[in-house]
Design a protein around this ligand. Structure first.
Ligand code: AMP
Length: 381
């Protein structure tokens, strides 16, 4: 809880996007008397159970007009929409995070350049990368970076979509063609030990707070499991990640929750990407911390003072992907907390998550193994 948020009871928060992130923001905000409105082209958007839904796209001026009416502050729960829409919205109401952050996160080329510029002096860099504007450049990139190499679309990718690993240099050109032929980025493949992410927040009043680094396990590009906090993280590594995040946020004039994904190799951190929003790898904080990432985000965009969260327990979060497992198969254990988003089953879609809560990491890990084994037959649809 952040009691200071209650001073804003009755305020109307506009959220671009009405998916589960918007839904969980609204669930958190309802505790403080905040009201919510969502803008989403999907009339079935799951967040609508927690506020008013304006059906429309962020690039539709009449939908934005309707959405912005009477909103005290607006934010967004996904970043794949035209940044110009945020400028139009910004003429009607305050929007956080601002357009600079959105633009940086939308294009992998500008994102990587920013990560390198800020991180290089701190010893935290992205993998080597090259812009690929045509298939011939992909072949040149494979020559320069070596294989394996990862080819990604610069824009609109998510959950591993729009990216392929190139294992043989001869495949580089055809892989680039498969990905559209232009507007791509090539990255050196990182043989990481593990993937970590830092969920952190910067409030409009400039206070900063970060959660402990968490460890994320992906399969086929989709996050499956988050271990919070990550095991055996040296305090110096945490401090380095936080200093880096603060520097990025300072550069972007950032307000809100941001997530930075890292590849870790020993004590070296490489940056992967930033998400200018609350993040799947922070869902554990609903049960695991005294202030959730959703409360931190709302406090930040309302310029409420934020403080470093206190951990309440060890948690492991398991995503439900594709199809919903029946209640009967989910282990009935006291530390098992099921979150369903009310979304229809669809292959590869995140439809819920289960948080496994225990007073030590080993017990939370064992609980998560039982949960994963039970839900695995339903995973991916
Ligand atoms: P992204 O959409 O860039 O976060 O990529 C999705 C997942 O693909 C990451 O979480 C990693 O598991 C993997 N991946 C992405 N880029 C690289 C890379 N350069 N080297 C190794 N694995 C990668």
């Amino acid at each position: 809880m952040n009691p200071l948020l209650a001073r804003h009871a009755g305020k109307l928060i506009g959220i671009v996007g009405g998916g589960q992130l918007g839904m969980m923001l609204a669930q958190a905000g309802a505790e403080y008397g905040l009201k919510f409105r969502f803008l989403d082209p999907n009339p079935e958007a799951c967040a609508q159970r927690y506020g008013e839904l304006v059906v429309g796209r962020p690039d539709d001026p009449s939908a934005v007009e309707k959405f912005a009416q009477g909103v005290d502050v607006a934010t967004y729960e996904f970043e794949n929409f035209d940044a110009k829409a945020i400028r139009a919205l910004g003429e009607k109401t305050k929007v956080f995070p601002g357009p600079k952050a959105l633009r940086a996160a939308q294009d992998r080329m500008s994102e990587k350049k920013l990560l390198k510029k800020i991180g290089a002096p701190m010893g935290i860099e992205p993998p080597a990368f090259l812009q690929v504007d045509n298939p011939g450049k992909a072949a040149e990139a494979a020559e320069a970076l070596g294989v394996p190499m990862v080819l990604k679309t610069r824009r609109w990718g998510y959950d591993g979509k729009g990216q392929r690993v190139v294992r043989e240099a001869e495949e580089a050109e055809s892989t680039a063609v498969d990905l559209g032929g232009s507007g791509l980025i090539a990255e050196a493949f990182v043989d990481f030990d593990r993937e970590l992410s830092l969920v952190c927040a910067r409030s409009g009043d400039r206070t900063f707070a970060a959660y402990p680094l968490v460890e994320n396990l992906h399969e086929r590009g989709i996050l499956r499991t988050t271990v919070a906090p990550a095991i055996d993280v040296h305090p110096e590594l945490q401090a380095r990640a936080e200093a880096f995040a603060e520097a990025i946020m300072e550069n972007l004039g950032y307000v809100g929750v941001m997530t930075i994904e890292f590849f870790a190799k020993g004590e070296t951190l490489l940056t992967n990407e930033i998400a200018p929003r609350v993040h799947n790898s922070g869902h554990w904080s609903i049960e695991g911390a005294d202030v959730s990432q959703f409360e931190q985000h709302l406090a930040s965009i309302l310029s409420v003072e934020i403080a470093p969260p206190e951990l309440k327990c060890s948690t492991v979060m398991v995503n439900l992907i594709g199809s919903d497992p029946p209640d009967a198969v989910i282990p009935r254990e006291s530390g098992v907390q099921v979150h369903r988003y009310g979304k229809a089953n669809r292959k590869g879609r995140k439809i819920g998550h289960i948080t496994c809560i225990a007073n030590n990491a080993r017990a939370a890990g064992e609980m998560a193994r039982r949960v994963r084994a039970a839900v695995q037959p339903y995973a991916d649809g």
